[in-house]
Design a protein around this ligand. Sequence first.
Ligand code: 9WN
Length: 446
Amino acid sequence: VYEADVTTHGPHALHIRAAEVLEGNWTGTSTVPSRGLYPHQWSWDSAFIAIGLRHLSPLRAQTELETLLSAQWGDGRIPHIVFNPSVPLDAYFPSPDFWRSSTAGRAAGAPRTVQTSGIVQPPVHALAVWLVHQADPGLSRARGFLARAYPRLAAWHRYLLHRRDLGGGGLASVVHPWEQGMDNSPCWDAPLSRVTPAPARSFRRADLDHGAAEDRPTDLDYGRYVRLATDYRDGGYRDGLGGGYGAGTGEFAVEDPSFNALLIASEHALARIARELGATGTARHARAERLTAALVERLWDPAEGLFFCRDVVEGTLVPERGVSGLVPLLLPTLPRDIAATLVRTARGPHFEVGGAARLVPSYDLLGEAFDPHRYWRGPAWFNTGWLVERGLRQHGEQAHADALRTALLETADASEFAEYVDPYTGEACGALGFGWTAALTLDLLH
Ligand code: 9WN
């Protein structure tokens, strides 16, 4: 039983404070990750936020996802940011005038009425849609929530499995570190090193107005992020081989375990949605099975007991241990021995889950690049903690899951729903009042 809500911050219960954060970040049609640092709608944030919001207001949770889905491009991609037109351009970089979605993205079917980025984020959406439906099936049916979401989700998965299978092995590739969501993870260092950075003078980082420079990615990282995004944009956001990988240059294409595991979990969810809508869902479950086999075949390293990123350009696994490699634990049909090995790795010296680490570090505690405060190079995040907690439960590790759940709740509470925390001390880093931290706290409390 979790009781820290009455001790750490006085009598104001944790779930009430989490609800207040979500209320404060709500814009009327969606929820911002953070009022200061991230003042627009983010794709995978919205999925996690909806998973928590469903406990407060199933209608708001449905609306959150519908707002995102309505910004989908004609080619099926769901953009990583949907811009709020009432927010000043200089509040976040890169802004709509950088992405130029409605012009540069025209051939790819970018929407005309709303401005978006042109890259994607992890496909947590079908999973979120299914969980939101389950919170209030009556409301969902009355509003035709699943029937309207299903074709969009199906097109989204089709985009990832066809246009983004750059390695030809059945998995989806990301063409920018922002797409995978763990922006400056050391897993990207080697593949990114081939990218010539855009000059620092050519852009202005708005993130440094809100976040401490030593907790954020470096200027060199940003130069490379800008170069990749610029090249992708200038190629009309075209995907595929020939003119190069997604970015049109062939410089960056990576198969990531977490991105693909979330796609598989969402494919299973899409099968359930199809069933609810009167189809069998069998073909989708079968596809999820094939994808799981491809994930194991292409990204599992039995000697290390972890999934790794595959650098598609080099054709090799990237030898860095990131939390991304633990996320496939989420998959219900992961081979038993692999699941058992992943649990051992999570609890072992590199991640120390349930040991010296309070939550789940984003990167190898023993890795050369480990930094307890710098964004995705060590700090613990709540979305990945939630995913690993779910994975532990999925594979019968109830005691470990319970311990992680308690740690997540205590840390969310004590850190004022921080964006991320020092993995050893739980000290808050980044933005406070962060959307998915509050939302996933609510989910864990239910
Ligand atoms: C770039 C919004 C997003 C998260 C990402 C996180 C961070 C953006 C940034 O914030 O990325 O998309 O500006 O640093 O890395 O996972 O979705 O919360």
